[in-house]
Design a binder for this molecule. Structure first.
Ligand code: ADP
Ligand code: MG
Length: 238
């Protein structure tokens, strides 16, 4: 695993926790409650993938699949400036798609088989991977079909990761407290989004002010420690 190329998160602490950064050929899931930093991390990685190797990037482009409408070009601009990158060029190298429902989300990923090699994509972001599936197949009564569809989607993403050596980053919003009322394992902390897919799962938690705490869940090859990082005006930092 050590030899796989990785994308820096912008935080040394978080990179160390991840064994160097976000890895290609792998699905990395960031999960946590609202405001825990999932979307900001996705923005930062879409910028950082474009950095040269010696600066922690892959010199490649990004695809950003936004299911919640929370993507902001202004944040990309600020993050690019923060790294001394040309903001316009950085934005040009991000292929943004707003996925309107789960079928669209899956169709978009299907089409990436052509876009990824053509445009030299190194990172595919899906923020969030679960939102549409939860909205369309709500509650415990739809759990089986929702998980089945979600698993199909994750297999799509995993084959992209493996076929094209790309990093896949997905987010999953979970409740601050386990969802005891609905008994739905996909919304609870430690939910089962990547249950059947290989990958790295990272729990994000709010701390004081702009501080956030990351913790790796269920990864025997990575340490069970925590990392503290910050969300700043120019992006993710220590
Ligand atoms: P999630 O996607 O997990 O719900 P976000 O990634 O959207 O959370 O994180 C939101 C947080 O990011 C905000 O609460 C704020 O602290 C921080 N943030 C967003 N934009 C900026 C900015 N321009 N400057 C500094 N911090 C920001
Ligand atoms: Mg978000």
């Amino acid at each position: 695993r050590m030899s796989l190329p990785k994308i820096t998160t912008g935080s040394k602490n978080l990179d160390n926790l991840l064994g160097g950064g976000v890895e290609v050929k792998t699905i990395t899931e960031f999960f946590g409650e609202f405001g825990s930093g999932k979307t900001q991390l996705c923005h930062q990685l879409a910028v950082n993938v474009q950095l040269p190797l010696e600066k922690g990037g892959l010199s490649r482009k990004a695809v950003y699949i936004d299911t919640e409408g929370t993507f902001r070009w202004e944040r990309i601009e600020a993050m690019a400036r923060g790294l001394g990158l040309d903001p316009d060029k950085t934005m040009e190298n991000i292929f943004y798609v707003r996925a309107v429902n789960s079928d669209h989300q899956m169709a978009v990923v299907e089409e990436l088989k052509e876009l990824i090699p053509k445009e030299d994509i190194g990172l595919v972001v899906v923020d969030s991977v679960t939102g549409h599936f939860r909205a369309e197949y709500p509650g415990r009564e739809n759990l089986a079909v929702r998980q089945q569809k979600l698993n199909r989607h994750l297999h799509q993403l995993m084959s992209l990761a493996e076929l094209f050596d790309v990093a896949v980053v997905v987010t999953n919003q979970v409740m601050a407290r386990p969802d005891v009322f609905y008994g739905d394992p996909t919304t609870a902390i430690g939910g089962h989004v990547l249950y059947h897919a290989p990958g790295v799962r990272v729990q994000l938690k709010k701390s004081r002010g702009n501080r956030r705490i990351a913790r790796i869940v269920d990864a025997p090859h990575l340490p069970e420690s925590e990392a503290v990082f910050a969300i700043t005006e120019v992006g993710i930092r220590d």
